[in-house]
Write a protein that binds this ligand. Structure first.
Ligand code: NAD
Ligand code: 0WE
Length: 259
């Protein structure tokens, strides 16, 4: 059997620009034959929308919808549109995270109540609320994939409240996999190694972290958005029909190293 997503419809969240991991995923799902729908985070000026619209044009998306995961009304409208235009669908890609910048430096012990709520709402709860809304529309054999990071399992300096959010996200994957499994919907996460993106480049010291991975990881290099996209295509395909509730490390093997 070859990797084939022909006839499958995939809704991809989290594309901000051409460096986004979600963009790497959307391209590889499209290359495998999937029909693509895109949601983006709307902003007042509409600059973001225009940028993402131009970027994704080559994939001929059949859906292009604003969806801020902090807004229940936008989530409801998104899935009403999905229902109206697609009916059912097969693949949901959750590829978004956010924490206040102040909470990604200094000591975790100083995390504010609002900062904690914000990080966990956007980065963790959003998977559950999107799965909740998608569930009635997802075909049997469907798949949900989210993106996580080693900082949800081990202490990574400055990742702080995002680490706690990723731990919650990874456990959400297991509960969702257990509950959606009987409907033959699989839920998995990819734990990607550090990649330079909009979100990661805003973080101090990301280049040093990338150089550390290049020195230590078995493959002696970091991973690309395309490699994460290929792993996502596999997890969404029938080749992974027996795989659910898992965290798949796409990190050049960094995670296995103890010393
Ligand atoms: P990115 O900045 O390209 O993507 C983050 C996305 O989150 C953006 O598209 C942004 O619009 C979206 N977003 C933020 N708040 C939102 C909201 N309220 N509603 C809807 N969307 C919102 O950066 P990225 O690195 O591609 O991040 C994508 C995912 O990959 C995140 O979950 C991140 O934690 C994860 N990840 C990144 C790395 C890395 O090193 N870059 C490594 C492992 C995991
Ligand atoms: O999940 C992420 C990035 C998450 C992220 C990044 C930002 C920067 C800009 C969430 N929210 C914000 N908010 C902002 O205002 N990664 C896995 C990339 C990343 O982020 C780190 C890392 C790595 C790797 C933060 C500290 C240490 C390492």
């Amino acid at each position: 059997m070859l990797l084939d997503l022909t006839g499958k419809k995939a809704l991809v969240t989290g594309i901000a620009n051409n460096r986004s991991i979600a963009w790497g995923i959307a391209q590889q799902l499209h290359a495998a034959g999937a029909e693509i729908g895109v949601t983006y985070l709307p902003d007042e000026a509409g600059k973001f929308e225009k940028k993402v619209r131009t970027l994704v044009e080559p994939l001929n998306p059949t859906l292009f919808l604003p969806c801020n995961v902090q807004d229940d009304a936008q989530i409801a409208t998104t899935f009403e549109e999905v229902k109206a235009q697609w009916g059912n669908f097969d693949i949901l890609i959750h590829c978004l995270a956010f924490a206040n910048r102040d909470d990604l430096t200094g000591e975790f012990v100083n995390t504010s109540r609002d900062g904690f709520k914000m990080a966990l709402e956007i980065s963790s709860y959003s998977l559950t609320v999107l799965a909740q809304a998608a569930r009635p529309l997802l075909n049997a054999g469907g798949a949900i994939v989210t993106l996580t990071y080693l900082g949800g399992v081990k202490v990574i300096p400055n990742y702080n409240v995002m680490g706690v959010a990723k731990a919650a996200l990874e456990m959400s994957v297991r509960y969702l996999a257990a509950e959606l499994g009987p409907q033959n919907i699989r839920v998995n996460a990819i734990s990607a190694g550090p990649i330079r993106t909009l979100a990661s480049s805003a973080v101090g010291g990301i280049l040093d972290m990338i150089h550390h991975v290049e020195a230590i990881a078995p493959l002696r290099r970091t991973v690309t958005q395309t490699e994460v996209g290929n792993a996502a295509a596999f997890l969404c395909s029938d080749l992974a029909s027996g795989v659910t509730g898992q965290i798949l490390y796409v990190d050049s093997g960094y995670e296995i190293m103890g010393m």
